[in-house]
Design a protein around this ligand. Structure first.
Ligand SMILES: [Zn+2]
Length: 389
């Protein structure tokens, strides 16, 4: 049995390994061993040993040496290793399902998306299809020598943050379900999360604010509150259901059973219908209609923006967040919605005269929930690099 002192020594080494890995991953530019020593406060020799371990384990990679400005040996810039350890993001949404493979450089190594219509679908038919996609991508990644760390499945509904059970996904027509066994991905760790929450995490790159309210529209509208780089999940992870905030009690019936929900004014299908387009028309069709000055499309977007602004204002008044990030279909529609959203926020947010709410479009691209999910998997790798070297 190892002694307590040996165990402590072991833990300290693992913690230092994480510290060194993080110093490289979180640096905006490649750093040398000397840079890592000075940013972590660890001895240069210790850093060197730990870096060697991370390089041998293919969590870090070395670039070509650059000549030092001062006398001495040239520095070897360190970067996260490309195409070595990868995370998988999986998603089922109302009009597509997909899988994405992302590496430690945050690059999309491989991605497959299948459009479809999953309204009132059967999870026992849909989830195995996602599992099949994932298996293909995993086989291809492994054939190129990559190691798959795990997967996150994004679903548009209430997911219990502790158990991973899906309580309800109104637009899929799914309820009370453990989705993981249906994927059929034995031997791979798969966690489940709400799609808006994973998409929000994909926004945490570069110099964006680390506290914001993220709201994305597909057929449904989901939201996530990010505070200092971390999701605020509420008691069970069920918060952020802004799509079911009431805009008008006399409004149309919603998939959730209530009336006049935001989704019925500002969800993708509701806007399409109001614009005189087929409910499942792509967002580009709506853009073409509004660019062609279709009065119905213009009115539909105005109504959507004002309803969205009203719901956002309630949210901001309740939780006090200075930045709103609009994702999903809203990113594309923002140029036609921004003025009305901002005007409604200015009218309805009590603190707006002192600090106007900033509104910006999402930057993580169309499959942000898959990207955010894969990155969460890699965040776990980074939290315990010793398991991977
Ligand atoms: Zn509703």
């Amino acid at each position: 049995m190892p002694s307590l002192a040996a165990a402590r020594q072991h833990t300290l080494r693992e913690r230092n390994l994480e510290l060194v890995a993080r110093a490289v991953y979180e640096a905006p530019e490649p750093v040398s061993r000397a840079d890592v020593a000075s940013s972590t406060g660890l001895a240069r020799a210790t850093v060197s040993t730990l870096v060697d371990r991370l390089v041998a384990g293919r969590l870090l990679a070395e670039l070509a040496p650059v000549s030092a400005q001062r006398a001495g040996r040239p520095g070897v810039p360190l970067v996260p290793a490309a195409r070595s350890v990868v995370g998988i993001g999986l998603e089922v949404n109302v009009d597509y399902l997909g899988a994405s493979v992302i590496d430690l450089m945050n690059d999309v190594v491989d991605e497959r998306v299948e459009p479809g219509s999953f309204h009132d679908s059967n999870p026992a038919e849909v989830l195995p299809r996602v599992g099949d996609l994932a298996r293909e991508l995993i086989a291809s990644a492994e054939s190129e020598g990559m190691r798959v760390a795990g997967a996150r499945l994004a679903l548009p509904g209430l997911v219990d943050a502790h158990s991973g059970l899906l309580q309800v996904a109104p637009n899929l027509g799914w309820s009370t379900l453990n989705p993981v066994p249906l994927l059929g991905l034995s031997g791979l760790r798969v966690d489940v999360a709400n799609e808006a929450k994973l998409a929000a995490l994909a926004e945490l790159t570069g110099d964006v604010a680390s506290s914001f309210l993220y709201v994305s529209a597909d057929v449904g509208i989901g939201a996530a509150i990010v505070v200092d780089g971390h999701l605020f999940l509420g008691e069970r992870g069920w918060n952020g259901e802004i799509g079911h905030v009431q805009i008008d009690p006399a409004g149309p019936r919603c998939g959730c059973g209530a009336t006049g929900c935001l989704e019925q004014y500002a969800g993708k299908e509701a806007v399409n219908r109001a614009a005189g387009l087929p409910a499942d028309a792509p967002v580009e069709a709506l853009v073409r209609a509004v660019e062609a000055r279709s009065p119905a499309a213009q009115a539909a977007l105005e109504r959507a923006a004002s309803a969205l602004g009203t719901a956002l204002a309630d949210f901001v008044n309740l939780v006090d967040v200075g930045t709103v990030v609009l994702g999903g279909a809203y990113t594309t529609l923002l140029p036609w919605m921004r003025d009305d959203v901002e005007a409604t926020l200015a009218d309805r947010v009590l603190s707006a005269p002192f600090a106007p709410v900033r509104v910006r479009g999402a930057v993580a691209g169309p499959y942000a929930a898959m990207a955010g999910g894969a990155r969460e998997v890699l965040r776990d790798v980074l939290a315990s690099p010793a398991d991977w070297v």
